[in-house]
Design a protein around this ligand. Structure first.
Ligand code: ADP
Ligand code: ZN
Length: 219
């Protein structure tokens, strides 16, 4: 399946969860800039040291750094047949840079009201080992605090604490929300709305799949 997708939505709209499900269903790699950055920080690399302060405070990592990282990743052989980008682009400048590298087939837009998102983010837990995302409201791990996939310990990201959530929202409204308009003018956009805290993730995935079928990107 050859398909180059991006997924847009506020922090906590379920981008990570949907991306991880689509990745296995469509058999394309998922690229999450947030995961890449957290991993660099965990490994204590030079890049990790340079970007830690941005992640800790809910600010965006500077465009030049993000663009370089994503270029390197998209040029890997496993991306030849398509990919799904989660958390990138996040600014108009990043979107323009992406346009220079590849042609995107479709944009998935997750529309979720803010009240729901705040509830969800506070309930989010992440695997310290493999990055898999859980939610104590809708997507609980089989065993408390343990990752179903790899057995690693679950934790709450510092930026999922309430003070930082507000800041991430401000940043999103200002810098990332305008991207939707940018993509509406350029590629087909599949919008899926979610209006309840406990909407099952598979329901949202099914609607995305329907949208991809309508666009004849999958059969
Ligand atoms: P969420 O989508 O839940 O907000 P992510 O895991 O995508 O979280 O991102 C976490 C943090 O990583 C962001 O707050 C930001 O500091 C940094 N980051 C991730 N992607 C980008 C990007 N494309 N541009 C700038 N900063 C980014
Ligand atoms: Zn894990």
């Amino acid at each position: 399946m050859k398909m180059k997708l991006i997924i847009l939505g506020a922090p906590g709209s379920g981008k990570g969860t949907q991306t991880s499900r689509l990745k296995s269903m469509l058999n394309i790699p998922a690229i999450s800039t947030g995961d890449i950055f957290r991993n660099e920080i965990k490994e204590g690399t030079e890049l990790g040291k340079r970007i830690k302060k941005y992640l800790d405070s809910g600010q965006l990592v500077p465009d030049e750094i993000v663009i370089e990282v994503i270029k390197g990743r998209i040029n890997q052989p496993d991306c030849k047949n398509g990919f799904i980008l989660d958390g990138f682009p996040r600014t108009l400048e990043q979107a323009r840079a992406l346009d220079e590298i590849v042609k995107i087939d479709a944009c998935i837009n997750l529309a979720v009201p803010k009240e729901i998102i705040v509830k969800r983010l506070s309930a989010r837990r992440t695997c310290r080992n493999c990055g898999e995302v859980y939610n104590l409201l809708v997507l609980r791990p089989k065993v408390d605090n343990i990752c179903d996939k790899c057995g690693g310990p679950l934790y709450q990201r510092d930026d999922d604490k309430e003070e930082v959530i507000e800041e991430r929202f401000r940043v999103y409204e200002k810098q990332t929300a305008p991207l939707l308009e940018y993509y509406r003018q350029r590629v087909p956009v599949i919008t899926v709305s979610c209006n309840s805290v406990d909407a099952p993730p598979e329901l949202i995935t099914n609607r995305i799949i329907d949208g991809l079928k309508k666009l004849k990107l999958i059969s």
